[in-house]
Design a protein around this ligand. Structure first.
Ligand SMILES: C[S@@+](CC[C@H](N)C(=O)[O-])C[C@H]1O[C@@H](n2cnc3c(N)ncnc32)[C@H](O)[C@@H]1O
Length: 207
């Protein structure tokens, strides 16, 4: 088998592990209890308006997607882990909104080019291991004059520090995988740090 096929196989295996991890326990309940306000904060920052076509990447149970739908936007909630969607559908019904739920990897989004007015991700795309691939997809599916909005844990914050504390006890990440909290560094996202490999050029970084 050639190197590229090996890499693809390793990547699929890694994504399966990620999906299994996120499907364990009850993440939707945890999100409702611990971070219920973050989705609405991101929706507000993105300036979502009625009839905007909106994609939420790594949507989980709709922490950001549901508040976006409540703005009368046309929302697609996409996630690697469709096990989250039933909880999301229940939460959406409780709040009187409908949205589309679609399984998808942030690094290979199942949508055409230039499809959405707003592409947002609340603590979602940051967990896709290849930052450039994730960033390229956010830009590809967003209209040229659209908005990309990200809400990410930072390396300096509590969660970033917790990841750093756990790192010595975890298996080494596969080649090419980058740490999630780097998405919380504007320098990394905007392209200022060549040491970390930056996912978005300054021109592409719209929010
Ligand atoms: C911390 S949760 C955030 C969920 C939701 N946005 C929220 O605010 O509650 C991270 C989400 O990213 C999803 N995720 C992880 N890796 C992904 C990938 N490669 N592509 C798409 N979603 C991914 C997980 O399944 C999970 O739902």
């Amino acid at each position: 088998m050639n190197d590229k096929a090996d890499a693809t196989e390793a990547d699929l295996a890694l994504k399966q592990k990620h999906r299994a991890m996120w499907a364990q326990g009850d993440y939707p309940a945890l999100a409702s209890e611990l971070i219920p306000d973050l989705g609405a904060i991101l929706v507000d920052a993105c300036g979502i308006k009625p009839r905007h076509r909106v994609l939420d990447v790594g949507a989980g149970a709709g922490n950001a997607a549901i508040p976006a739908a409540m703005m009368d936007a046309e929302v697609v909630a996409s996630d690697l882990t469709p096990e989250m969607f039933d909880a999301g559908r229940r939460q959406a019904a409780d709040r009187g909104v409908e949205l589309e739920w679609k399984e998808g990897d942030a690094e290979a989004l199942p949508f055409p080019d230039n499809e959405f007015d707003v592409v947002m991700s609340c603590l979602g795309v940051m967990f896709a291991p290849h930052h450039q691939a994730g960033a390229d997809e956010l830009v590809r599916v967003c209209k040229p004059e659209g908005t990309i909005g990200l809400l990410s844990w930072t390396p300096e914050g509590f969660i970033g520090k917790m990841f750093a504390a756990m790192k010595p006890f975890a298996p080494p990440p596969p080649p090419g995988a980058q740490p999630p909290p780097l998405w919380g560094s504007e320098d990394h996202v905007r392209g200022g740090s060549s040491a970390t490999g930056s996912p978005m050029s300054t021109q592409q970084s719209r929010l």
